[in-house]
Design a protein around this ligand. Sequence first.
Ligand code: FES
Length: 287
Amino acid sequence: MEGNILIVDDEEVVIKSCERILSPAGYNVKGATSGEEAINILQNGGFDLVITDLKMPGIDGMELIRWLRKNSPHAGIIVITGYPSQESIRDALQLGIIDYLPKPFSPELLLDITEKAMNTVKAKKIEEKPVEVKDVEAKIGEIMSAIGQNKGKPGALIPVLQQVQEILGYLPPTVQRIIAKELNLPVSEVHAVVSFYSFFTMKPKGKHNIRVCLGTACYVKRANEILGKLKEILGIEEGGITEDRKYSLETVRCLGACGLAPVVMVNHDTHGAVDPVKVGDIIKQYN
Ligand code: FES
């Protein structure tokens, strides 16, 4: 398994034996014999896991854990302790350590706890990826095949953007960079095309996209109140999407149905003469 690990222990022999066990398993291991040295090393970042002794002269393990929580919150922490008192373990767990190793420990236990901790750190990293990156990763096969079908053809950019938007629902910066690279175009050119055409969007849409018309005919018939009510019901702002990705909310200048003002469209359905007080009933129809 891969990963960068810092072992912090004032007994060099502990660092050496951890290195001997963890390096052959594929980990990149470094050591620090004090909390101060550990902080110096950690300041440059790059460690997935810190395995630290609790009792050390100077900056001890608890202090180091507090420093890590503040300055390197993504690093996982395992505590090594020769005197595992319930209080110290409880305090360390409250500070978010993943696990602890009572001294002396067997190579098997060290490997097992390290692997579990590394999996926890990696799963957390995946969870914390921006939504757009997760979206693109989930559909990368389809996206690459849409690009592949058009690559090399003159004017490939617009059909690629259309197909990718159909696959993903929107064109976030991550996918724009992929398209630019694959079509050998500057990212600025891809971005300019996406921004220019109104049928391209960089924002994700909900399962149900709600468009509130704020054109003059609708505005004079309280369209603004409809928008306010929808924001309140959905708990999102204009251009936003609900956390469950069920609803997104947009405003438009005219939906071409001024005779029905005020107008709200949900997906392809037009709702006319909408009463701001009852707009919630319309939304309830869409699950
Ligand atoms: S102004 Fe709202 S539909 Fe035209």
